[in-house]
Design a protein around this ligand. Structure first.
Ligand code: UDP
Length: 367
């Protein structure tokens, strides 16, 4: 998005906050989980850690005299920032937008109540789906819907020959002579890696020799739960030599983007069996490559996949296994679904559409 806007003559910069306290990321991961529907409450201490760290970010930005005409602040981690920056006078902006990327279909109402008042400091809110908009708490702040999109020109999404993809995945221990299915995603509670393993086990009865890869190499720095999930998934895999878990980003035969691309291209079927998903970039990336994608019937995936046309939506490991088997035993079906998947990404989920969505919102407030 940044190079695209700059190329359009709109001077654009991306700032990544970097609070050092691990407690901040524990608090924000909990906020993320609660907003996606986890049970529990935020303690006073967690809220204090959250606000204190963002206050330090705001102070550092003010000292650096960071300024812009229009701010796009992403996700709940940053929600308090607009209020802090706009009241200290150093960020003299025309408009502040908050973009919420998470699945708010079944939020924990307590968490929503303690955080959402922070939206009053924003001029416009952007959600990925109409269903996520918590209208009962918004008091008239303008809202737009702008689902994310992918950049077809990044290494991860560039055309890659299947033979080259297989060179990379076989260097990672996948047997070239047997079929592969993959889920690319962080090791995270909501991505249901356990259900993916269950589906693979059922499908393997009909597809002998099937191999499964779970690729979660780039552990997000803001995700302190990942290692716990990796350990639990490894124990669920129970030493099956055809279940490959990849979580260590060292010593790879390609860049992380190259690894993602290779696994997506080499696989016969891709999965994103999430139980909550604001919008699955991996879903769109796989579909762009013309691969049949099986997604969890949740959140943004329902927008991304038209069930039975451009992929399949599933609600259980059994349903997922049935779809794996029918796609892998019917080349024409897999081909048709893959083509429809690619076309739907072309129509709706490439970066220029998202840039236009953002510019429309900006135009409303820029004058
Ligand atoms: N990704 C990656 N390396 C991995 C796993 C995922 O670079 O090992 C990328 C993936 O290609 C996608 C992004 O991380 O672009 C994940 O986005 P998504 O919306 O699917 O899920 P999130 O992690 O934001 O919940």
């Amino acid at each position: 998005m940044v190079p695209l806007f700059n190329a359009l003559g709109i001077s654009t910069e991306r700032i990544v906050i970097n609070p050092t306290a691990p407690e901040f990321f524990q608090a924000t991961k909990k906020i993320h989980n609660l907003l996606q529907g986890a049970e529990g409450t935020l303690t006073e201490h967690e809220l204090e850690v959250y606000h204190d760290n963002i206050r330090m970010v705001a102070e550092a930005m003010s000292q650096d005299s960071v300024s812009a005409d229009i701010w796009f602040l992403h996700d709940p981690q940053l929600l308090p920032l607009a209020g802090l920056l706009r009241h200290n006078g150093s960020a003299n902006a025309k408009a502040w937008f908050w973009i919420c990327h998470i699945d708010l279909t079944h939020p924990n109402e307590n968490a929503l109540e303690s955080l959402l008042p922070l939206h009053y400091d924003y001029d416009h809110l952007i959600f990925s789906l109409e269903e996520y908009v918590p209208r009962h708490m918004l008091n008239g702040t303008p809202v737009s819907i702008a689902p994310p999109a992918i950049d077809p020109l990044t290494g991860k999404n560039q055309p890659l020959r299947e033979s080259e993809a297989w060179d990379i995945v076989s260097a990672m221990g996948i047997d070239r002579a047997r079929p592969l299915i993959t889920q690319v995603s962080r090791f995270d509670l909501w991505k249901d890696p356990w259900g993916v393993i269950d589906a693979y086990r059922m499908a393997r009865h009909s597809i002998p020799g099937l191999q499964l890869a779970l690729l979660g190499l780039s552990q997000a720095a803001d995700d302190p739960e990942a290692l716990e999930v990796v350990n639990s998934v490894a124990s669920h895999a129970a030493g099956d030599p055809d279940i490959h878990l990849y979580h260590d980003p060292s010593g790879l035969p390609a860049s992380i983007d190259g690894m993602v691309n290779a696994f997506q291209v080499a696989s016969s079927v891709l999965m994103q069996k999430s139980t909550r998903e604001g919008f699955g970039l991996t879903v769109t990336e796989g579909m762009w490559k013309g691969k049949p994608m099986i997604g969890g019937d949740a959140g943004g995936i329902r927008l991304q996949i038209e069930d039975g046309v451009s992929g399949y939506l599933v609600s259980s490991p059994k349903e997922c296994a049935d779809r794996i088997v029918s796609l892998m035993t019917d080349d024409a079906l897999a081909g048709n679904i893959g083509t429809a998947a690619h076309d739907s990404v072309m129509r709706s989920f490439l970066l220029p559409r998202l840039a236009l969505d953002y510019l429309k919102v900006a135009k409303e407030h820029a004058s």
